[in-house]
Each structure stands twice: as C-alpha cells, then as structure tokens.
Ligand binder design. Structure first.
Ligand code: NAD
Length: 410
C-alpha cells in the first residue's frame, strides 16, 4: 500500500499511476479546496486525460483521506510529492517536505519497515545530508530514498505510465528491493544510484533544458541585433540536421519568451545556489538565469517599440506553455509587468484556459481580460503572441494589425 503526500501534478499522477497498477493508494494534501475538488471527482488543474483516470480509480483503490494515521499505518511506501518552491537566495524551500515527513512520522507507533520516497525535486545532497539524518533521529523504522519525477505538465499520465526510466536513489538494500518490486510491473528500465546521484540526474535534465532555451533566446537577440535574419526559419532549418533525429528536444532549441512554469526557473536557481554554497560558482548556469531574467524586458521593449504610452496592447496567451493553465513563473506576467514599468497601462489579454488562474495568482496585475483572441485584437493597436497556442495561428493571415510574434509561430 502507498500513501502519497501532496496531490498536485506530480502527486496526483503518482497516486493514480500506482492505483492503476492495482495498488491501494491514500492521497493526503493540506489544501482543503484541492481535496474537496478531488473528492467530487474533479481535477484541481487542467491536465488532459487525468479526469478519466481519476473517475476510474477514485474511492476504488485511490482514496483522498485526512486520516493520516490509518493511511501511513497501512502503507509500506510513503511518497512525498509536495512543492519545493524558491527559498532564500534561490535555494529550494524544503519546509513543506519536512512538515510532511513529520506528519507521517508522528502517525507511526509500530516498528514495521516503511520507505519514505522523495519524489519532489530537491537539490543534490538534500536526501543524504538533510532528510536521512532527520528521519534517522526519529528512531522509527524508516528507509529513505528518492525517486525524481520527469513528467511534463500536459503529458503527466503518459510520461508517468510510459516513463523513459525510473531513477531510484537509495542507500539501503531493503528500500531498494521494495521499490524495484513496486515498479517492476511497469516494465520500464530501473536505475539504482546513490541518493545524491538520483537528485543530480533530475537537475541535469532541467538545467540542460533551461540552458537550451536561454541559448536559443540569446541567439534570437544576436539575430535581432544583426538584422535581416528570419529567426524562426533559421531555427527550423537547424532542426533539419539529422543528428537531431526529429526528436522532441528541438522544441527547447527554439526562441520564445524565456523558460517559465513551476520547474525550470526554480530548479536552475536551486542548483546554482547549491553549487555556490558548496564552493563552486557555475558560470554557464549563472548566465542561463541571467539571460532568462532579462528576456522579458527585451520582449516588452520589442512590443512597445514606436508606441506612445497611450497605446493599447493585446497579449495573447497567459499560461507558461500551450495546453496548460499553469501560470506559475509564466513569462506573460513578467512581460506585462515590464510593459507597465515602461509606462503602458492599457493592456488586454486572453488565454484559451488560463484567464481565471492568471487573475487569481496575479491580483496585482491590472489588465482587461477578454474572452477571445479576436476581442483582444479588436481592442488593441498591437498584439503580442506570448504563448504558442495553436488557435493563435490564424493571425498568420491577419494583415491589418501589427503583430509581434514572440514565439516565432506564424
Ligand atoms: N509540475 C511538474 O511538471 C513537475 C515535474 C517534475 C517534478 N516536479 C516536482 O514535484 C514537486 C511537486 O510539484 P507539483 O507541480 O506537483 O506541485 P503542486 O504545487 O502542484 O502540488 C504540491 C501539493 O503539495 C501539497 N502540500 C504541501 N504541503 C503538504 C503537506 N505537508 N502534506 C500534504 N500535502 C502538502 C500542496 O497543497 C499541493 O497540493 C516539486 O518539487 C516539483 O519541483 C514537478
């Protein structure tokens, strides 16, 4: 049996994934609204296909519960999928993780062996130097492992069920054997490594993606500075190189508005901060972060070029990527704030699914929300495509409006 702490994108996918494999799974969260939504069989966020899986497993072998004692007592596996947001100086904030560890540990009063599995993204050395000693000091019979998650929002279910690899960071045989047994039915390559290696692999992945994006954005600025360069076309021709083998990775080697979302920004900062704290200052990462921080200003200036402050500016797309309503660290928020700082206050915006979430998360941003891309276009002197939603492709044929295609998608 499995208990999962944290029912966000990662935790809910993990819980339903294990339920799908036939295990009994308890889900625990501290967010009452989120739990109620789930108990009604609804998703608290937009994620394709997940509603069907929730309907299939809810109250059959997936239970959203407040009874931590019962859940943890019955479980052999305790998964941690809580958030690890920005902390001090860009480091990862581990307070939710430790609080959830306390919740499980306080609920246990027997000596059955259980493994605590950290699926949240935590910087290398966190399990070995912080979590493991913390758990051991509780003198209860817990193993500690990490099992980083590589899923992408928008593809959560597929990426979990058809994962490329399962990484297990373990320092004891018993936890390792139990985890291999848990995942064996999935028939996916399992790699067992040390605690810190497990964590490092996740950051290798995310910081490489961030680097590819910052590289592409810097190159687009080089091209803009030189002039006369068809930027989108140039990148598409780059992708024709057989060495890319038509892989999905090319979507990260393409200019846009900078990386956003819940993972790449905070994880790149956290690895930089962790490495600095350990005595090495990584210069590539430093500049990847720097480029990403500056890109919103550059884009705002590009949108505003030649406009006076009374101009009406339309923003198309608010989520950090298409097919998602996640607006955490979304480039749209940064670009709008930069436009405001440049003196532009008449801003109209539309996103196919993220208007409400954007309004909720950024109450300080004063824009007029519209119900369609056309309504934004009709109200604005200039429109900027900030998120590459397919439905914005119709603007390819619009000739009577100034369009800044910040995603090079038209
Ligand atoms: N979102 C992604 O695409 C993704 C991909 C891979 C890894 N990750 C990592 O996985 C972790 C979770 O990410 P997410 O996007 O699912 O976050 P999320 O914000 O969607 O969900 C986290 C959940 O944890 C809950 N929580 C906080 N404290 C808790 C506690 N003590 N007990 C129980 N629940 C608690 C929150 O209420 C929230 O519902 C992060 O470390 C993230 O970096 C995220």
């Amino acid at each position: 049996m499995v208990t999962v702490f944290g029912l966000g994108f990662v935790g809910l996918t993990t819980a339903l994934g294990f339920a799908h494999l036939g295990y009994k799974v308890y889900g625990i969260d501290v967010d009452e609204e989120r739990k109620n939504t789930l108990r009604h069989g609804e998703l608290p966020f937009y994620e394709p296909y997940m509603d069907e899986v929730l309907t299939e497993h809810l109250d059959k072998n997936f239970f959203v519960t407040d009874d931590i004692k019962k859940a943890v007592s019955e479980s052999e596996y305790i998964y941690y999928c809580v958030g690890t947001p920005y902390g001090k100086n860009g480091s990862a904030n581990l307070e939710y993780l430790f609080s959830a560890i306390d919740m499980a540990s306080n609920a246990v009063d027997d000596d059955k062996f259980r493994v605590m599995v950290i699926k949240s993204t935590v910087p290398p050395s966190t399990t070995a130097e912080k979590v493991y000693p913390y758990v051991k000091a509780k003198n209860k019979n817990f193993g500690v492992a990490n099992n980083p998650e590589f899923l992408r929002e928008g593809y959560c279910w597929k990426d979990f069920i058809e994962a490329d690899r399962i990484v297990l960071g373990c320092n004891d045989e018993k936890s390792k054997e139990m985890l291999i047994k848990l995942y064996e039915p999935m028939n996916i390559p399992i790699k067992c490594v040390s605690h810190s290696t497990g964590e490092f692999i996740k950051y290798l992945s995310n910081t490489l993606l961030a680097t590819l994006i910052s590289y592409s954005n810097e190159m687009s600025q080089v091209a803009d500075a030189i002039g006369g360069i068809e930027i989108g076309e140039a990148f598409k021709i780059l992708h024709m190189d057989k060495r890319w083998n038509n892989c999905n990775m090319t979507s990260y080697v393409y200019p846009g508005c900078g990386y956003g979302g819940y993972c790449l920004p905070k994880d790149t900062c956290a690895l930089y901060s962790q490495s600095e704290a350990k005595g090495f200052s990584p210069q590539i990462l430093k500049n990847v972060i720097n480029t990403n921080e500056k890109i919103s200003r550059a884009i705002a200036e590009k949108i505003a070029k030649g406009l006076d402050n009374s101009a009406k500016i339309g923003i198309l797309g608010l989520s950090f990527k298409p097919n998602s309503d996640d607006v955490r660290d979304t480039p749209a928020a940064k670009i709008i704030k930069e436009l405001n700082a440049l003196g532009y206050k008449n801003i109209y915006a539309y996103d196919p699914i993220a208007n409400a979430e954007f309004k909720r998360r950024y109450p300080e941003i004063n824009i007029e929300y519209k119900e369609s891309a056309k309504a934004v276009s009709d109200s604005s002197d200039v429109i900027a495509i900030v998120t590459a939603w397919d439905e914005f492709k119709v603007f390819k044929h619009v000739k009577d409006k100034k369009i800044i295609d910040c995603r090079y998608m038209l």
